[in-house]
Design a protein around this ligand. Structure first.
Ligand SMILES: Cc1cc2nc3c(=O)[nH]c(=O)nc-3n(C[C@H](O)[C@H](O)[C@H](O)COP(=O)(O)OP(=O)(O)OC[C@H]3O[C@@H](n4cnc5c(N)ncnc54)[C@H](O)[C@@H]3O)c2cc1C
Length: 291
């Protein structure tokens, strides 16, 4: 199918993009931001989305940086996922984000798809929102009133819906570097390589004096947003990191899922089972890396 007709705008500065979005909103025009187009273009072609106008960010300078800033890694929203995957800074200082990036689609999709596009799209089966919850990332939004910083825990509202206001542009995401001695892991089950996850887990695990001092765990592909698995986190605190405690955490996580999604590809019970098993295995991965 072909997209329904739309106006196309290509601003050349962030200020122009913000002003343009505000004007289009005032005129009652339903405008959508275009980044890499890897999710939006198929939605337009299938007419799942029918915006009046597209505001393309690809000619806006200053949105594709990847740098260490005040001790955290700051990534411009228009940096491609491939750039994040190839970044030595990301690979060495935030390996969980690096590993998650490598699980997104195929290289062709990562070449075009932006880091910010995935966060703004907020697909519950996507790896990035879960990683954002685990790392306590911050999202920087720029709108007519300037910049505001939104913690990840408040950013993902529900299925493909974020806390971004109409007319706001996601301009940067910020994440801490991985503290020394902290293990990490991400595991998912997909129908084919490169597909979105039927279910997945991402986590960090800190060991201290031979025990689990802290765990931050999120699951994706099971609900309208990624979810923290706080009951499993609590069960791990103080536990000896071994197959028994990891199996117990997996069972607690599976039992704690209120109402996993069910679809033709995976029933709720299958997703529940996957989360328990993936968590158990991911904890073993993370423990092996926590030194
Ligand atoms: C075959 C295939 C497999 C894929 N597999 C995966 C996968 O395994 N995991 C995964 O996470 N994703 C997957 N994707 C999606 C891919 O990662 C997209 O790149 C991503 O979801 C959107 O990024 P984009 O830059 O292409 O954004 P676009 O498609 O341009 O935009 C997506 C949405 O975000 C909004 N948006 C984009 N940028 C901004 C911004 N800066 N501020 C505010 N709003 C913005 C747009 O208006 C639109 O609503 C897959 C896509 C395909 C085609």
């Amino acid at each position: 199918m072909k997209p329904a007709p739309f106006e196309y705008h290509a601003p050349t500065s962030l200020a122009d993009a913000v002003t343009l979005l505000a004007r289009l909103e005032d005129e009652g025009c339903d405008a959508k931001i275009l980044a890499g187009g890897q999710s939006l273009m198929p939605m337009l072609a299938m007419r799942v989305a029918r915006p009046d106008a597209l505001v393309d960010l690809r000619q806006v300078p200053g949105l594709d940086h990847i740098r260490l800033q005040d001790g955290r890694i700051a990534i411009g929203a228009m940096a491609s996922k491939r750039a994040a995957e190839l970044s030595e800074l990301v690979r060495e200082r935030q390996p969980l984000f690096h590993a998650a990036t490598r699980l997104v689609g195929h290289q062709q999709i990562r070449n075009r798809g932006s880091v910010g596009g995935s966060f703004a799209h907020a697909d519950p089966a996507s790896e990035y929102p879960a990683v954002a919850l685990v790392l306590g990332m911050e999202m920087v939004a720029t709108g007519p009133d300037g910049e505001r910083v939104i913690p990840a825990a408040e950013f993902f509202v529900t299925y493909m819906t974020t806390a971004l206001e109409q007319g706001e542009i996601l301009t940067e995401v910020r994440m801490p570097v991985l503290p020394p001695g902290t293990g990490w892991a991400i595991r998912e089950i997909t129908r084919r390589s490169g597909d979105l996850a039927l279910a997945g887990v991402a986590l960090t695990l800190r060991l201290e004096a031979g025990r689990c001092a802290d765990a931050r765990i999120a699951a994706f592909g099971i609900d309208a947003t990624a979810v923290r698995l706080s009951e499993a986190e609590d069960a791990l605190r103080g536990a000896v990191p071994n197959t028994e405690s990891f199996a117990r955490a997996g069972a607690i996580a599976a039992a704690s899922l209120a109402d996993p999604m069910s679809c033709i590809h995976a029933s709720a019970e299958y997703r529940r089972h996957l989360v328990g098993t993936l968590l158990e295995r991911a904890l073993a991965d993370a423990a092996a890396r926590a030194h």
